[in-house]
Design a protein around this ligand. Structure first.
Ligand SMILES: [Zn+2]
Ligand SMILES: [Zn+2]
Length: 319
């Protein structure tokens, strides 16, 4: 019997169909895993105190998420968003309830319970506790819109942490099948935010596939490898560098053993980090990105720019 040979395009289509497109965050583990990873990483590198502070912040996120209920989008809202090619929960337009403000207070309380933290932390907590609600809402608006102006850089990680709790709760209320792909593959299909980094998973059904991790809602979405998540360039424009061996390219094998690498793009001269679970099963995008700031320094010295910032480390030009 004659067999029809599949054309290359058909093979790719079949392969794409079998790849889970979206991984939604689990309320029970999304922040717990991150806090645990921050603690583990804090024991081995020079910025351990900073990572332990962040672990306390993420612990607070985990506790506050446990009891949080959020208003989920109505079917009519979802239909309207899809009709306009927009993600279902756009941060700039989605109404924030009083609950998010209470979450921020809870984060401040959790940090205030640690007098061993540097003075700057208690000063920031005091400033946030005294701040008018309007000022805090304006800070949240500016962060969600990636605006540079008038952002309080010290308060930004705390405000962002409170926002993350709410958007993770929203994301966890969806089912993966209900999340449509956007026309812009480098943006989160659920909230339209930028990814903080990407992960290549080692376990079925995700083995060998790369997922971008949303900086706001922690949704992960599939993107093929060796492709710039910012401008879409591929092939020879893409290279990999790691801090283990200095800024060398993967082509010579020198970066291939590192669990955290930078995927650089010659077309837009930007990079995002890519984590390999095969090299370290515990990698976590937000935590490992923060713990590898030395790699950012190397890339900066080589003339590359971060494609987008880390939600817990606000930098004027990194967002
Ligand atoms: Zn998102
Ligand atoms: Zn690019």
């Amino acid at each position: 019997m004659a067999q029809r040979i599949l054309e290359p395009g058909e093979i790719e289509t079949l392969a794409q169909r079998s790849i889970p497109r979206v991984r939604l965050p689990a309320r029970a583990t999304v922040f717990a895993r991150r806090a645990s990873r921050l603690r583990d990483l804090s024991t081995s590198i020079g910025i351990g105190d900073y990572l332990r502070f962040l672990a306390v912040l993420v612990d607070a996120q985990h506790s506050l998420l446990a009891d949080l209920s959020v208003c989920i989008p109505t079917p009519a809202h979802l239909k309207a968003s899809a009709g306009h090619g927009m993600p279902p929960i756009q941060p700039a337009a989605w109404p924030r309830t009083d609950a998010w403000f209470e979450t921020l207070k809870g984060i401040c309380d959790a940090l205030a319970a640690h007098p061993e933290f540097p003075l700057g932390v208690s000063e920031t907590v005091s400033r946030l506790r005294r701040a008018p609600r309007e000022w805090i809402e304006a800070q949240a608006d500016a962060l969600l819109q990636c605006g540079d102006q008038a952002i309080d850089g010290a308060a930004a990680p705390l405000v962002m942490a409170a926002l993350q709790v709410h958007w993770a709760a929203l994301a966890a209320s969806f089912t993966a099948d209900a999340v449509r792909a956007l026309d812009v593959p480098g943006l989160c299909p659920l909230c339209g935010s930028q990814p903080v980094a990407s992960v290549v998973y080692a376990q079925s059904p995700y083995q060998g596939y790369r997922y971008l991790h949303c900086a706001l809602c922690a949704t992960e979405w599939h993107m093929v490898r060796v492709l710039c998540s910012r401008c879409g360039a591929s092939g020879k424009s893409i290279a990999y560098q790691s801090a283990m061996v200095g800024a060398k390219q993967e082509n010579d094998g020198s970066a291939a053993e590192a669990a955290v690498r930078a995927e650089t793009c010659e077309q837009c001269r930007c990079y995002r980090k890519i984590l390999y679970q095969e090299k370290d099963p515990q990698v976590e995008p937000v935590a490992d990105d923060l713990a590898s700031l030395n790699l950012d320094l190397l890339l900066g010295q080589s003339g590359y720019h971060r494609a987008s910032g880390n939600p817990l480390l606000w930098q004027p030009n990194g967002n």
